[in-house]
Design a protein around this ligand. Structure first.
Ligand SMILES: [Zn+2]
Length: 205
């Protein structure tokens, strides 16, 4: 897919705010999402207790404080249940160790006419060629098949055609608002796919 004739292309992308405040803001959003999940309790009626995963998120040059490296999660406190409940996240995309924003940004830029900038970005965030190639496969082949996307894409009719993922998503969310707000909305939009089972593929018969 060629994007070279899109005039706004060069001004469309903004580097992520690579600042501690941006990552701590996203962490605060994750805490809110976690609190909402915790209040719902376990389907068995049990209470949910904290049972976080320690991750070492990659994709930022900022040294994140340890609490910010946690994938927030819960566990039911009832014997015989102990079911895990993992809320959606705006930071972690599935099991990928890279912060979601980086996975989206570098993958999207790959689809544009700026290979030099992609190289710079991937070097800066320590994502190698093979990692980026896996992200590309995720966006091109896996994501479009998910139940989430099959439902969600209907909402994009008025925003123009979704031609190429994740480029078109970044475009849709960042075109008309300040970068930090656009990123926030995009990450929140994608957060349902970050829970276990959220990347379920719809099988058509
Ligand atoms: Zn339970």
């Amino acid at each position: 897919m060629e994007w070279t004739n899109t005039p706004e292309y060069s001004t469309m992308y903004h580097d992520l705010p690579d600042a501690a405040s941006f990552w701590s803001f996203l962490f605060a959003v994750d805490q809110d999402l976690a609190e909402t999940a915790r209040k719902k309790a376990c389907p068995c009626g049990g209470r949910l207790h904290r049972s976080n995963y320690l991750r070492k998120p990659r994709g930022t040059l900022v040294q994140l404080p340890q609490p910010q490296c946690l994938r927030l999660s819960f566990c039911c406190d009832r014997d015989g249940c102990r079911k895990r409940a993992t809320p959606p996240s705006v930071r972690f995309l599935g099991r990928k160790v890279y912060l979601a924003a980086i996975v989206i940004l570098i993958s999207a830029m790959r689809q544009g006419p700026t290979p030099r900038r992609v190289r710079e970005l991937s070097q800066r965030f320590g994502a190698g060629e093979s990692t980026i190639a896996r992200w590309q496969i995720f966006w091109r082949e896996h994501f479009p098949q998910t139940l989430f996307w099959k439902v969600a894409r209907a909402g994009f009719v008025t925003l123009g055609q979704i031609k190429s993922l994740p480029y078109s998503l970044v475009d849709a969310f960042l075109r008309r608002q300040p970068p930090s707000e656009g990123w926030m909305l995009l990450l929140r939009f994608l957060s349902p796919i970050t829970v276990p089972g959220g990347l379920q593929i719809k099988v058509s018969h």
